[in-house]
Design a protein around this ligand. Structure first.
Ligand SMILES: Nc1ncnc2c1ncn2[C@@H]1O[C@H](COP(=O)(O)OP(=O)(O)OP(=O)(O)O)[C@@H](O)[C@H]1O
Length: 225
């Protein structure tokens, strides 16, 4: 699903954000990426989303080699991804339902099927009572859940969540990680960056990697019994 070999990312100003990254992510993996601020977590996600390309090394994502593929191929890969950004990127002046439908604009289903799928996704994140609310009237947590519904509605192969626990207290952070993990399947990998290292120790059957100054260290699996 994702294979990175000796990958480096250097930004135009010379910042070496990622150094010699080697990583393989398979379908079904739930991968937590932790690390201090500035250690390279978001940069790694940007590589996986095709927003940045490696300056050195090879990166294959969902069957495409990122350095060699065209912008059309990148678009195709993105249709198989469900990104959840730190700032949610919801469209103001639109309802929760309309925002979720925007996550499906590449799909070729009938309007009715897409509306049903969007309603299901909003129900799955506990927002069936807010379907027709304007997103600017939603709380921070509700907005986050709309962003999750928009990401998962098209059943992506890869779900990528950048700091979903950011503003949450411990109880709600755990609930958020449980909600995201609930979208795991044999065909779907989930990648989550978080500062909440102490919380993920309670999550079983997931992988944990730590970023440190652009270097990646695999901490291994937290396995269930
Ligand atoms: N567009 C950019 N241009 C130059 N440097 C950048 C750019 N984006 C990030 N950086 C730098 O790359 C390094 C890694 O940043 P990144 O955002 O990946 O860290 P992070 O671990 O996600 O941090 P945080 O937890 O604070 O979000 C930092 O030194 C950051 O300043």
């Amino acid at each position: 699903m994702i294979e990175a070999k000796n990958v480096f990312l250097r930004y135009p100003d010379g910042t070496e954000a990622l150094k010699n990254i080697n990583l393989r992510i398979s379908p079904g993996n739930i991968l937590y990426i932790t690390g201090a601020s500035g250690s390279g977590k978001t940069s790694l996600l940007k590589l996986f989303m095709g927003i940045e390309a490696p300056t050195k090394g090879t990166l294959n994502i969902l069957g495409e080699s990122i350095s060699q593929c065209s912008s059309k191929d990148i678009q195709k890969i993105r249709t198989m991804m469900g990104p959840i950004f730190q700032d949610f990127r919801l469209i103001k002046g639109r309802t929760a339902l309309e925002n979720v439908l925007m996550g499906m604009r590449f799909l070729r289903f009938s309007t009715r099927s897409m509306e049903e799928m969007a309603h299901d996704a909003l129900a799955r994140v506990g927002l069936n009572h807010k379907v027709n609310s304007m997103v600017e009237n939603l709380s921070w947590g509700e907005s986050q859940r709309v962003a999750i519904a928009r990401a998962v509605v098209r059943k992506p192969s890869l779900i990528l969540a950048d700091e979903p626990t950011g503003n949450l207290d411990k109880e709600n952070a755990v609930k958020m990680l449980e909600l995201l993990s609930s979208f795991s399947s044999d065909e779907t990998a989930i990648i989550i960056t978080t500062h909440a290292t102490h919380l993920i120790e309670d999550f079983l059957d997931c992988r944990h990697i730590v970023m440190e100054a652009g270097n990646l260290m695999e901490k291994g699996w937290v396995e269930g019994v």
